[in-house]
Every structure is written in C-alpha cells, then in structure tokens.
Design a protein around this ligand. Structure first.
Ligand SMILES: [Fe+2]
Length: 378
C-alpha cells in the first residue's frame, strides 16, 4: 500500500481503502475500486487530497473497463457535430447527397455482387456490367478527399471478398487521383481494384473464411487466386492488359519476394502497385470474419516500414500523407488512461503524432512510454 497525491492518480490504480465524504457519512468509493477518469474527478471535486493505493497489481492489465469509461467521458456529441458539419459542407459544395456509397448505389452494388457470385459456377465475367457500374459510382467514389471516412461508413457482412474488393476499388481510384491520373485511367484503376481478387471466387469458401493458421497446402491453393483471376480476365472481352496485370501481380513485392512470378519493382505494372497497397491497407484495417483490424495509422506505419522492400515508396508516401490529414482532430485514448486529440502528424512517424492532452502538448516521437491504444474514428 502507498499513499498517493490526488494529482498523481492514474486510471487503473486500485483503491486500498474506501473513501468517505468530509462528515464520514457517505461512502464515495468502496475499497478495491479500480480508478477511472471519472472517479479521479469525483475525488478532486470532493476535496480529497490523497488516497491509499494497492501497490500490487495496481495497474489493471485489461484496460477495457477504463477505456469504456473514458470513451463515455469524451464529448461524443461534439465529435458527431463536427462530422455532421463536415458532411454538410460537402453537400453545400457539391450539391450531392450525403448517403454512404453502398446506400446510394445499392442497386448497382447488388448487381456487381451478382457478377462476382456468377463466377462460382461459370467463367463468364460480365465486364460490361462492371464497366457501367463503376462509371456510375465513380463520381461518388472520388469526390473530395474524405474517402477514409466514407470507407468506414460501408456496411459489413459475411461477403468479405466482394466488400474488400469494393473498398480496394474506392481507395485505389482515390490513390490514382492523388497520383494525377486522368479520368479514363482513374476509371480503369477502379475496375482493376474491383477485379483484382476475382480469382478467389474459384477457391473453396472454407479456406477464405478460415480463421487462424492455415496449412501450407491451403496456402498454396490460396495463392493460386492470382493466376485464376488472370485466366478469367484473359478470356473476357474488353478487359485492358493493365487490369489483367493488377490481378496477376498484386501479390508481387518490390524486392522480388512476392508471388506468383517473383517479379521485381520495374517488372510490376503500376496498377498492380496501386492495388497491392490498397489491398494490404484495407485487409489490415477491416474487420474480417475471423478477427478485428488495426487502426489506420498502424497500417500506415506498416506500409511505411516496408517501402522499397515491398511497396512503391511514392505511392505509400501519398497515402500516408492523406491518412495523416484524416487523423488530424481525432480523439485518442492513451496507455496512461488519458484522452487526447491529434493536432499534428509527421508523415514519417504516423503512429507518433503530436497530441493535445488537457492543456498539455505531447509529441509522441519523444515520449517512449506513451502510446495510443485507441483512436476514436466513429
Ligand atoms: Fe489477392
């Protein structure tokens, strides 16, 4: 047991003794209470100057409860208002509706899903329908730079392959736009993003939905989807070579460590380089049937570590730059139990932004012991 000044209390510490009010008539907090931000505020308001804390296991390993409390204490209403205002601005600027893409284009998306599903029983890909549907959605896919927010708005279901392809298509079209591609190229990249994993429609569903470890035999079957997709596209009239290469080469890596052909940077098509980055980014950040994703800045840092060896440096830099912009103003929860707001992101250190915590400014690049454990994205 030790006595701790009220200003040095950290959420997660455990109270040794119960705390009573001045007259000792009301128990404010019982013994063994795991302190949260709210409890500490309550003690401060009650004029308590110091408390006894358990010294063993005084930090709760599982921060879930504390995190929940902190999230509740953050002014969610204020964040929601900001998002609403942001969207209203989009409406005013573009005159377009603010519905999520999958709600606004429900019919077109269901039609595209049907095109995907038909490949489970046949090799005939209705590319005309893909072209038409991408064209219809494209203005909404690339309007403004709020793509990361709009990706989070898309509904999730069991149909991971299709939904992942849709998200990759949207992200890839935006990356193409940020790279300065013209309209026809952006449309082509959006089609490449939609069709890159189409070979998976030919694989046994149990392998795609299997969580945890897969056997080496299952892995070799899984890896065949690049060749299977390429074969379907090869047989389909009207599909450009760039789209075919995106399907065949999106698992190649810059240093030749990928598959199926172990190609190196200069041998990999530009569209395949775009799609592979968007594929990894979405796979890391999305909830899968067998697990949950990591935050956008953790995915950004992974891509950053692996430029040159795996991914195109310029493309990753542009994506991280956009993620950094998107993260500005987001609320975060720290391993100390405190809540803060991102005020600056160095593109070279996306997971170590500068934060405002209360009245303090904390630069995580120089604070080894402080980490973000949750970003509240809504
Ligand atoms: Fe793939």
């Amino acid at each position: 047991m030790k006595t701790v000044n009220i200003n040095e209390l950290i959420p997660g510490m455990i109270l040794k003794d119960a705390i009573f009010n001045e007259l000792n008539s009301i128990e404010l907090l019982s013994s063994n209470t795991i302190l949260t931000v709210r409890h500490i505020d309550l003690l401060k308001n009650a004029g308590i100057s110091e408390v006894s804390i358990c010294t063993e296991n005084n930090q709760k390993d599982n921060f879930e409860e504390i995190r929940k409390e902190i999230e509740e204490s953050i002014n969610v209403k204020e964040v929601l208002t900001n998002i609403v205002n942001q969207n209203m601005k989009i409406n005013i600027l573009t005159g377009e509706g603010n519905k999520p893409i999958d709600e606004k284009h429900e019919k077109v998306i269901n039609e595209t899903k049907e095109v995907f599903n038909s490949l489970m029983i046949s090799d005939d890909l209705d590319f005309k329908s893909i072209e038409k549907n991408v064209k219809e959605m494209l203005p909404d896919m690339i309007r403004n730079n709020d793509v990361l927010m709009r990706l989070s708005q898309l509904k999730r279901s069991d149909d991971y392959t299709f939904e992942h392809s849709l998200r990759v298509s949207i992200l890839a079209a935006n990356l193409a736009k940020w790279l300065g591609y013209n309209d026809a190229q952006i449309q082509e990249v959006a089609e490449a993003g939609l069709l890159f994993d189409i070979g998976k429609m030919k694989l046994p569903q149990y392998i795609l939905k299997k969580g945890g470890k897969i056997t080496s035999e299952e892995l070799s079957i899984l890896e065949k989807h690049t060749q299977l997709g390429y074969n379907i596209l090869l047989k389909t009239k009207g599909v450009s070579s760039a789209i075919k290469y995106a399907a065949l080469q999106h698992h190649e890596r810059m240093d030749g460590s990928g598959y199926p052909l172990r190609l190196k940077s200069g041998q990999i098509h530009e569209y395949a380089k775009i799609v592979m980055i968007c594929d990894i980014f979405d796979a890391m950040t999305s909830k899968k049937p067998y697990g949950k994703g990591v935050s956008k800045i953790e995915a950004a840092e992974y891509l950053n570590w692996n430029t040159d060896s795996s991914f195109d440096t310029k493309m990753v830099y542009i994506l991280i730059h956009k993620i950094s912009e998107y993260m500005l103003g987001k609320k975060v929860i720290l391993n100390t139990g405190e809540a803060g707001k991102i005020v600056y992101v160095d593109v070279n250190y996306p997971t170590k932004p500068t934060l405002q915590v209360g009245s303090e400014i904390i630069d995580l690049r120089f604070e080894k012991d402080i980490k973000i454990i949750k970003i509240i994205e809504l």
